[in-house]
Design a protein around this ligand. Structure first.
Ligand SMILES: Nc1ncnc2c1ncn2[C@@H]1O[C@H](COP(=O)(O)OP(=O)(O)O)[C@@H](O)[C@H]1O
Ligand SMILES: [Mg+2]
Length: 321
């Protein structure tokens, strides 16, 4: 640790001491009820980071506090109890038990918690319905497609009603269209349940669709954390810029992130207004449809908070890095 703290890098540490530097200087705060994405290339330390949260990996040094609990201070049985009640995991390879039915799989976490049989059936059934699997409860995992199996994985995690949901590349094994479907399922559920979700992905489009905030890891270090817009509009370095380059900004950058709020900057009075919360793509469609070069931008309360030109929108959409 002293050598790492003095600045020894990952390559030198492994060369001279045979130790792998998993993570370094991780300083993150995740607001309850939000979805935090961790993104980075393969080997950047994403799994190592998420596994610290329920101490499947023990940190060599540091602090970890969840809902006021000092997680590193928990002893054996307290830690087991904490894992069962505070955290639930969704795995990339689904992790379903093949000899159990869909319903028995979905109820598994509750069984571990010793919830009475009837209540765990009811709860598991409710979540299976919520993820779109009613009618499949008596099937076995190998009778389901990958997307459906991951719905079971999600139902199983949600059934235990833990405040923290850990999802390590949970959708990475799915076909692109199914993957987007699952993102929608997750977002819909999150609107209701407001869990604190840590979601790992190496896919920027997925990160941008899901994340309230995104942290980008490289070689075990956080190179940038912020909102989607901060990451895309102001990438901290070339590594982040490489992720960002291919992204369609029009799909998620909001109008109010690029508008001008200086009343004199644009000629008013095109008569067209757009909501500041819509995306550039949506605004461009509205403006192009009505032949407007500029539009007034409305805030949440319906008052005009700025203005934007089609030119500004298009130049943001096509800028790269
Ligand atoms: N159990 C382990 N022992 C030693 N090194 C490991 C172990 N697990 C992962 N690593 C190393 O830690 C680094 C980060 O790995 P990982 O967290 O799995 O990355 P990611 O999930 O981003 O692909 C890699 O260099 C990997 O080789
Ligand atoms: Mg991983």
């Amino acid at each position: 640790m002293p050598m790492v703290q003095a600045g020894m890098d990952k390559d030198e540490l492994v060369r001279s001491h045979g130790h792998i530097l998993g993570l370094r200087d991780i300083d993150m705060e995740i607001a309850p009820g939000t979805l935090q994405v961790i993104m980075g290339l393969s080997g950047s330390g994403k799994s190592t980071l998420i596994r610290h949260i329920n101490r499947l990996v023990e940190p060599t040094s540091g602090k970890l506090t969840i809902g006021g609990i000092d997680v590193l201070a928990l002893d054996g049985s307290e830690l087991t109890e904490f894992r069962r009640t505070y955290t639930a995991m969704v795995f990339q390879k689904f992790g379903l038990l093949p000899h159990r039915t869909v319903l028995q799989n979905a109820a598994y976490g509750l069984e571990v918690q010793n919830v009475p049989a009837r209540r765990r059936r009811e709860t598991a059934m409710r979540w299976l319905e919520r993820v779109g699997l009613d009618g499949f409860e008596n099937k076995y995992p190998d009778e389901l497609s990958g997307g459906m199996q991951q719905r079971v994985g999600l139902a199983r995690a949600l059934a235990v009603d833990a405040p923290v949901l850990l999802m390590d590349e949970a959708f990475s094994a799915l076909d692109p269209l199914i993957r987007v479907e699952m993102q929608d399922v997750l977002l819909g559920i999150q609107e209701e349940v407001r869990k604190t979700i840590i979601f790992i992905t190496h896919d920027l489009d997925e990160a941008l669709r899901l994340g309230d905030r995104i942290a980008v890891l490289r070689d075990g270090e956080v190179v940038q954390q912020g909102t989607s817009e901060e990451i895309v509009l102001e990438p901290a370095d070339d590594y982040v810029r490489r992720f960002v380059r291919e992204v369609n900004r029009g799909r998620f950058v909001r109008v109010d992130a690029v508008m001008s709020s200086d009343g004199a900057a644009l000629p008013p009075g095109s008569g067209v207004t757009v909501d500041g919360a819509i995306t550039l793509e949506q605004a461009a469609r509205i403006m192009a449809g009505s032949g407007a070069e500029t539009a007034d931008v409305l805030g949440a309360d319906g008052a005009i908070v700025g203005s934007v030109s089609l030119r500004r929108i298009v130049s943001t959409m096509i800028a790269n890095g």
